[in-house]
Write a protein that binds this ligand. Structure first.
Ligand code: PEP
Ligand code: MG
Length: 582
């Protein structure tokens, strides 16, 4: 049994599927002239095996993700048949007497650098494909073990070194029973998405395994407490099968409150909206009684394809979401790319600190052509329902105003074209960097609402990278500094009479509920799975008690004191059914 980090609640029992990790050690060896023919044979054999494997993956992926996504493999096969690519490799072997592996690696580097230098999105995309194909070829040349997707496409527990959100976006959630990652932390976007899909997940098992997990090993993933069992004994499997059944039953029982209003016993209401990143997730959110969507992470719309989505494509998605909401509010966040979210077709420069780098509103303001397309789509969709927009990672009044200038251009164009949109479209900002907290009083005078992104706000306030599992114990939402940040934002908003929403993952932590009630937050935006547990606790947590607790929390000097007061509050005043691990 391995204790790692619990990233997404629930229990998964199933066979492992280990996703290959491609990073190779190349042989440092020169060929003799007499070895050349043999080396070419090795190369051709590697190409043949790669092609067979790609064709097989294409067939399997067709069933899993559909033919549109799997057609990427046709392009991969075409690269292996491309005379220019192959001539480059053969040339390096023949003229420089280098082994096939080294020749392949050098050819990949050569083409990738060349394509990257071109100011052409299509060519940059080809660079990504070449890297991928080249890595596959290297795998065969180096004799790395054969790995393919599970042949029977039975549901599996995905084991992967590190999972990127774009990898997750391409998986069929119903086939993934659970996820185990070697590195990464619960506040990464991959973890957020796993929670949205209700897939149990543990992270950060690297260094804790005595033997590597192999495809086919039986695993039990307990995402609530972060436990991983490898090849468990039959009685452990039986025990977890019972717990899993109980968890399902409890979840079904919770459904009975889905359509009840979210009110405390002393009559204080709180809008419980959902965080979504795709239309797929909206369905689960509505089943759980979401009062709207408080955060639509639009970047996944950009990641789910291999080109920037057009205005019409975006309009179709925003319109479909707002129409499904049937009068409930939809807050659309403009593109928040960068950090741990990448677009394969838009190669960005490597950054030492990507979360502090070229991301979110910074990217949109640098690419106003793309930003305007998104704003036009949002404006046009606003003719079909209650749409609001918000900008991510705002750090200054200038940025907010500059974004609004692009919005004004988009409005003007639509006016000229006679296209309808919501004239009083509310425009809010995410409060997720300390600078925004410090100027919350100034921002509050200009914006329609605040939405506090606690995921980023905590990492920046405490200087703790949300992706780094080595320091994840320092990622502490109940730090007195975080509470003070929240208070500053709420006070600034109150003064101007604008609403404050919470849309980071902390919104879904039931311990934090009395903090929101005490502060008088207007809306929590939660992953679909968190809506009902939060509502259930709301039904039994008085706002008046929460206000008293909050006063006490502000007198605490340490995180430990804050945590112990919160736990005591629950023990004394709320019959808590479930108190999940952090
Ligand atoms: C946040 O930072 O809290 C947030 C909601 O944005 P994201 O997690 O997408 O960075
Ligand atoms: Mg954020």
């Amino acid at each position: 049994m391995i204790q790692a980090l619990g990233a997404s609640d629930g229990i998964a029992i199933g066979k492992a599927f280990v996703l290959p990790h491609w990073e190779w050690e190349l042989p440092d060896q020169r060929l003799d002239v007499t070895d050349l023919a043999k080396e070419f044979d090795r190369l051709y054999e590697g190409v043949r095996m790669s092609k067979t494997e790609i064709a097989q993956m294409k067939t399997e992926l067709d069933e899993v993700v559909g033919s549109e996504e799997s057609s990427i493999f046709d392009a991969h096969i075409a690269i292996l048949e491309d005379p220019v690519f192959m001539n480059e490799i053969q040339g390096i072997i023949q003229r420089q007497y280098k082994v096939a592996e080294v020749a392949v690696k050098e050819a990949i580097d050569h083409f990738v650098t060349m394509f990257d230098l071109l100011d052409d999105e299509y060519m940059k995309e080809r660079a990504v494909d070449i890297k991928d194909v080249g890595n596959r070829l290297l795998k065969h040349l180096l004799g790395a073990p054969e790995i393919a997707l599970p042949e029977d496409t039975q549901p599996f527990v995905l084991v992967v070194r590190e999972l990127s959100p774009s990898q997750l976006v391409h998986l069929k959630p119903e086939l993934v029973l659970g996820i185990v990652t070697m590195v990464g932390s619960p506040s990464s976007h991959a973890a957020i998405m796993a929670r949205a899909f209700g897939i149990p997940m543990v992270m950060g098992v690297e260094g804790k395994l005595s033997v590597a997990i192999e495809t086919g090993d039986l695993l039990i993933v307990d995402g609530g407490v972060g436990l991983l069992h490898i090849d468990p004994k039959p009685d452990t499997v039986s025990r977890y099968t019972v717990i899993r059944r109980q968890q399902h039953a409890a979840r079904e029982q919770l459904q009975s409150i889905a359509q009840l209003p979210a009110l405390t016993p002393d009559g204080v209401g709180l809008t419980l909206a959902a965080n979504i990143s795709s239309v797929k997730e909206l369905h689960a959110a509505l089943l759980n009684g979401a009062d709207g969507v408080g955060l639509f992470r639009t970047e996944f719309l950009y990641m789910d394809r291999d080109y920037f989505p057009t205005e019409e494509e975006q309009l179709a998605v925003y319109r479909s979401v707002v129409e499904k909401l049937n009068g409930k509010a939809l807050i659309i966040r403009t593109l928040d790319i960068g950090g741990d979210k990448h677009l394969d077709y838009n190669e960005m420069r490597e950054e030492d600190n990507p979360f502090l780098g070229f991301r979110a509103i910074r990217f949109s303001l640098a690419r106003k052509d793309l930003f305007k397309i998104q704003l036009r789509a949002i404006l046009r969709a606003s003719a079909y329902g209650d749409i609001q927009v918000m900008y991510p990672l705002i750090t200054s009044i200038e940025e907010y105003r500059e974004a609004n200038e692009v919005l004004a251009v988009a409005r003007k164009e639509l006016d000229e074209q006679g296209v309808p949109y919501r004239a009083d479209l509310p425009v809010g900002v995410m409060i997720e960097v300390p600078a925004a907290v410090a100027i919350a009083d100034l921002l509050a005078e200009e914006v329609s609402f605040f939405s506090i992104g606690t995921n980023d706000l905590i990492q920046f306030t405490l200087a703790v990278d949300r992706m780094n599992e080595q320091i994840s114990h320092l990622y502490e939402p109940y730090h007195p500094a975080v509470l003070r940040m929240l208070r500053t934002v709420v006070n600034a908003a109150r003064k101007q009479g604008i609403p404050v929403n919470i849309c980071g993952e902390l919104a879904g932590d039931i311990r934090a509920l009395p903090i929101w009630l005490g502060l008088g937050i207007d809306e929590l935006s939660l992953s679909a799975q968190a809506i009902l547990p939060i509502k259930e606790n709301m039904l039994r947590t008085k706002a008046s008690d929460s206000r008293l607790l909050l006063e006490e929390l502000f007198s605490c000097r340490t995180t430990a004191d804050i945590r112990s007061k919160v736990e005591q509050f629950y023990a004394e005043r709320v019959l808590l059914r479930k108190f999940p691990a952090k």
